[in-house]
Every structure is written in structure tokens, then in C-alpha cells.
Design a protein around this ligand. Structure first.
Ligand code: FAD
Length: 459
């Protein structure tokens, strides 16, 4: 296709799409980036960034409340939601400005409007057809609901509206105890709301190691965040004062707001993917390990592809496709090596297999695990946080799973994912020197323990 408008045309400028565009342009390809809303997508505008700003404000509120524990006289006088929102929006605006500048400086053509795949190598935006040697589908995801649940945006909301609330609700029911549900529950509790999480599965953040879920549940119980696991939702009624939610078994719970956080569906409806015979499964686009769909020249990245719906997975896939198209023959992404963080108070961070998945893969008798309690870690004591580092390994083999719980442990996941992705053995990691006092040391200590030479832990 010598006369195509672009080398690569990308449909959607979220984490997956814009990362692909930035890298492809860097590699000298002519890039068109189609976006109907704002560069940055879900993560920057209604996902990772604004939620983490709220979580930081929540941490500040908790610090004010708990300042006496540190001998500091301060008082918590409540939340000024306008102030919180202005801080949050300021962070987003600065990052958006930076990203827009970067896209421009790399010579990427941004095509504003709603795009549709109208040929294997053609995207039509508001009536104009653009051609490309290759097309990358990166249209992202939307907040799902459940049958019979009407999101009215007032009493029954998703994370989209939750991020724009101009008040702290007196009480909230959070439907779904996954990552997004637990993060909002954590924020609202710190802001002073009465919070109840309803989760159909037997535990909160059920994708994580059971020990991590249990630790989060203990911490939430201590914080007086109500939660009911193994409790499927049945129906909701909007009342004068809020919502009345009925759960299986007949119990009715009332609150001012219901946050629906039951997962995210792929934004692929009506975008022409079906018509171009792209293989789909329940709305998701099926792509192979090289991010190729079944149609030659059409790739897919990010939340529309089944797997972990995380921004850094989208970044990695976008970069991968750009390098593939530039002929660099990159290594496919190992999905199991993608780190995961739940940024609640306390945080959960992990990479690799949880203990039960490892037992299933290698056999229960062929794995070992060790748990290092943050009680033995100086910096965690200074921060007054509780939690652990848990390592799972194949007997006499490399570490296959690393699980952390505690405030700020998300910051430790970088080292953990290096260990996992480099198939590190406990014996090799144990001699690495970790600065003292840091929470990082806990990772070192856990590996010392797994290598049979615990320092600040019992043998
Ligand atoms: P998106 O970011 O959804 O981008 C898709 C883009 O395509 C959008 O900009 C959309 O406007 C555009 N688009 C769609 N259709 C069209 C069309 N027809 N024409 C033109 N443009 C179109 N992930 C993390 O890693 N860490 C976190 O802490 C985290 N927190 C989150 C918190 C919340 C509340 C939510 C909702 C998500 C969070 N995520 C987090 C997930 C993360 O936001 C997503 O995994 C990531 O944004 C997916 O990137 P994407 O490129 O696939 O899609």
C-alpha cells in the first residue's frame, strides 16, 4: 500500500493507543491517532490518575486524623470536596498538557472525531476515510452494569460519576469488591462516609492471593468499612433519600448512593469490527501474542483484548505493536509478569502466580511459600503500617509469585516484577543489598527467609 495516508492508524488514544503512537512516531513511522474525546483516555481522565489523586487526598485526611499517634498536633476538620477536585483536576490537566505536547512534538497527526473501521486498512472519521498500511484497534472499555440495574448517574453511579462528585456522600453501597470498588470504598471511608461493599465472590479482590484478600478484609474491618462477601446483588430501588439494595437472601441495605463497580466491558460496539470479520468473543477482540487480530494488518491492544485491564499492559502492548511494525521483532509480552496494584489503604501489590494457582500449576507438594511480616521491617513500623511480603516458589526453582500488603507497597512492585520476570532464585536475590530503613528491605528479608537464612524473622 504505497499510497496509504499513514503507516499506522490508531483507533483510540488511551494508554494502549497513545503509547503505540508515541513509539511508532519515534521509530519514524507516519502515525494517525483517532480520538473522539481526549488524548489519554480512561486512565488519564477517568481512571488511574484521578482515582490515585483521590486516594492521596484520603491518605492526607487519615494522616491528619491520626497525627496524634506521631506526637503531632493537628486536627481533621473535614473534606472540602471542591478543593479535592481542584487538586485532582489540576494533576490531570498538567499530565494532559504534557501528553498533548509530546504527541505534537513527535509529529503525530491527531484526527478528532468518532472513528469506525470501514476496511481492513481503513478508518472513517466523521465521513472522511483514512487509509493506512496497518490499523491498531485501541478503543478501550466502559463501566459495566448488571441486568436490571439502571445507571442514572445520580443515585446509581459508576466510577465515571464518582470521580465528579461535588460532595462526600453520607453513605455509599459499593457493588463489587474488586480493585475499583475497594479503592473507592477506601477513599470514601477516609473522607467520612459510611461504606458497605457487596461482593458476590467469597472474598474481596478475589483475583489476588487469598492471604492478601484476608489482610485487606482485616484492615477494612478495623477501619469500619462494612463488607459482605458471598452476597450477590438482587435489585435496587431508588428512594427519596437514596437507594435501597436487596441482596440474595432478602436483606435490604440503604444508602445515599450506589456505586456500581462490577467490571469493565470492551468498547467495540458499532465500530465496524464485526463487519470487517474481526474475531470477537463477547465484545472483546481476539488477538494473538503478537497483538495480531485474524485480519492481516489489523492489531489490537489494551482493554478490548481479553486479559488484565491495566494501563501499563496497554502501554506495553502499544509499544510492542509499534516496534513490530517498525520491524524490530520485539519479544511478546508475558502476561503473567504484569504487576498488579490495588491502591486502597492498605495497598495490595502482586506479580506472578498466587499460591493456589502455583499449586495448580506445579502441584501442591512442589511449591513452597514464605511470608515475611512487615512487623519486622523498620520503615513499616515508622509508617505504622501492617502487612507482609509473601513469596511463592517452585521447590528448588525460581520465585513464581510475589504478594505484598501494606501502605505504599505498590512502590515495591518494580523490584518484585524484576525478580519475577528475570526468574530470580531466592538464593540470588538474598545477597542484594537493600537500603535501610526502607520498605524495600522487606522484599530482601523475605528472600533471605526463603533462602533459609532469615535475618529479622524467626527461622
Ligand atoms: P482507554 O484508556 O479506555 O482508551 C480508549 C480511547 O479510545 C478513549 O480515549 C476513547 O475515547 C477512544 N475511543 C473509543 N472509541 C472510539 C471511536 N470510535 N473513535 C475514536 N475514539 C474512540 N489501570 C492501571 O494500570 N492502574 C490503575 O490504577 C487503574 N485505575 C483505574 C481506575 C478506574 C476508576 C478505572 C475505570 C480504570 C483504571 N485502570 C487502571 C484501568 C486503565 O484505565 C485501563 O486499563 C486503560 O485506560 C486501558 O487503556 P486502553 O488504551 O485500552 O483504553
Amino acid at each position: 500500500m504505497a499510497d496509504a495516508d499513514y503507516d499506522v492508524l490508531i483507533l483510540g488514544a488511551g494508554s494502549g493507543g497513545y503509547a503505540c503512537a508515541l513509539r511508532a512516531a519515534q521509530l519514524g513511522l507516519k502515525v494517525g491517532l483517532v480520538e473522539k474525546d481526549k488524548l489519554g483516555g480512561t486512565c488519564l481522565h477517568i481512571g488511574c490518575v484521578p482515582t490515585k489523586a483521590l486516594l492521596h487526598a484520603a491518605e492526607v485526611a487519615d494522616s491528619a486524623r491520626e497525627s496524634e499517634q506521631f506526637g503531632v498536633r493537628a486536627s481533621f476538620d473535614g473534606i472540602d470536596m471542591a478543593g479535592v477536585n481542584s487538586y485532582k483536576d489540576g494533576v490531570v490537566a498538567r499530565l494532559f498538557k504534557g501528553l498533548s505536547g509530546l504527541v505534537k512534538s513527535r509529529g503525530i497527526t491527531v484526527i478528532e472525531g468518532e472513528g469506525r473501521l470501514t476496511g481492513p486498512r481503513e478508518v472513517t472519521v466523521d465521513g472522511t476515510a483514512y487509509t493506512a498500511k496497518n490499523v491498531v484497534l485501541a478503543s478501550g472499555s466502559y463501566a459495566r452494569s448488571l441486568p436490571g440495574l439502571d445507571i442514572d448517574g445520580e443515585r446509581v453511579i459508576t466510577s465515571d460519576q464518582a470521580l465528579r462528585l461535588d460532595r462526600v456522600p453520607a453513605s455509599v453501597i459499593v457493588l463489587g469488591g474488586g480493585v475499583i470498588g475497594c479503592e473507592f470504598a477506601s477513599v470514601w471511608k477516609s473522607f467520612g462516609a459510611e461504606v458497605t461493599i457487596l461482593e458476590a465472590l467469597p472474598r474481596l479482590v478475589a483475583v489476588e492471593d487469598e492471604a492478601s484478600s484476608k489482610a485487606l478484609e482485616r484492615a477494612f474491618r478495623k477501619r469500619k468499612i462494612n463488607f459482605r462477601t458471598g452476597t450477590p446483588f438482587q435489585s435496587v430501588k431508588v428512594t427519596d433519600s437514596g437507594v435501597a439494595v436487596t441482596v440474595e437472601g432478602g436483606d435490604v441495605i440503604e444508602a445515599e448512593l450506589l456505586l456500581v463497580a462490577v467490571g469493565r466491558g470492551p468498547s467495540t460496539d458499532g465500530l465496524g469490527y464485526d463487519e470487517q470479520s474481526i474475531t470477537m468473543d463477547r465484545g472483546f477482540v481476539i488477538a494473538d501474542e503478537r497483538c495480531r487480530t485474524n485480519v492481516e494488518g489489523v492489531y489490537a491492544v489494551g482493554d478490548i483484548v481479553p486479559g488484565l485491564q491495566l494501563a501499563h499492559r496497554g502501554f506495553a502492548q502499544g509499544i510492542f505493536v509499534a516496534e513490530e511494525l517498525a520491524g524490530l521483532e520485539p519479544q511478546p509480552i508475558d502476561e503473567s509478569g504484569i504487576p498488579r496494584v490495588t491502591y486502597s489503604h492498605p495497598e495490595i501489590a502482586s506479580v506472578g502466580l498466587n499460591e493456589s494457582a502455583a499449586a495448580e500449576k506445579f502441584g501442591a507438594d512442589n511449591i513452597e511459600s514464605v511470608t515475611y511480616d512487615l512487623g519486622g521491617n523498620g520503615k513499616s513500623q515508622i509508617l505504622k503500617t501492617q502487612g507482609f511480603v509473601k513469596l511463592v516458589r517452585e521447590k528448588d526453582g525460581p520465585v513464581v509469585g510475589i504478594h505484598l500488603v501494606g501502605d505504599r507497597v505498590g512502590e515495591l512492585i518494580g523490584e518484585a516484577q524484576l525478580i519475577y520476570n528475570w526468574e530470580g532464585y531466592a538464593e540470588d536475590v538474598a545477597p542484594l543489598i537493600h537500603a535501610h530503613p526502607t520498605q524495600n528491605e522487606a522484599l530482601g528479608e523475605a528472600h533471605l527467609a526463603l533462602a533459609g537464612k532469615p535475618l529479622h524473622a524467626h527461622s
